[in-house]
Write a protein that binds this ligand. Sequence first.
Ligand SMILES: [Zn+2]
Length: 315
Amino acid sequence: MTNSEPRGYHGIDIGGTKIELVAFAEEGHELKEVHRERIATPGTDFAEFLLAIQGLVGRADKALGLRAPVGIGLPGVIDSATGRQLSSNVPALNGRAVAHALKDALERPVAVGNDCQCFALSEAQGGAAHGQPTMFGAIIGTGAGGGYCVEGRLLRGANGVAGEWGHWPLPAAQLLPHALPILDCPCGRRGCLERYVSGPGMSRLHQHLGGGDETPLAIVAQARAGSAIAAQTMALHADLLGHALATLVLTLDPHAIVLGGGLSQLAHLYDQLPAAMRRHLFPGVRVPPILPPKFGDAGGARGAALLARQQLSGH
Ligand SMILES: [Zn+2]
């Protein structure tokens, strides 16, 4: 290592309501947190958004004593041809070439990935799947997304959309037996898994089966209290999710799957998913361990910093 190499990274996690920056010092191969700041996400004004990020990074540089490279985790999809942000839940960023603008505004290298990829990377390096040759991080929250890591490195693919399992279509073999409607997805496609297995998706399944408009936590509580409809919702949801993760095994065959997002807190999934996956796999295919996250949502900024290190220093 030479003195000119960075010895720290800033990770920024950008969400619909808050932006969090965490500054990390590099100690050996470990990243040690030295500074953290959280601000409200500027609503609709892109210039205001850039100024806010410049302020955050300036203060983090001072805390770290170093002008550090920046990794950013963003919700939504980036158009690989134009670098423009698509379908973001941060209105200020829609249609903007966020990475290019931030590189100019911050005058330093900037790595940009989506928030699900950052989650996966954080769980692959020092997280729940640390040391696994391959792992898949599957976020199940307001949406469903993910990331695939090999030997601790995130594989992003040609378009940067590798791991977008939530936009696989739910197959007819799952739609027809339960008379499920084919739902439109904000991504522009129809029948995407995310519409059925995310948090709002689980609530939709519950209403489809005759239940009320309830959150996943409330559905689980109702099932415990003896509600047959809530128990059916949990079983159907676990089966759809198990089918999806079985397809993931047949596609990428990860050594471990780490769940993230709000539904990763539902303890029954860790009990029910392995059996549900086994039902949709053939004999001889072992189900990988389904693990709760170590960092969870708090790993977003950490994953972004790791992405900066991966892209900028080749680690
Ligand atoms: Zn979709």
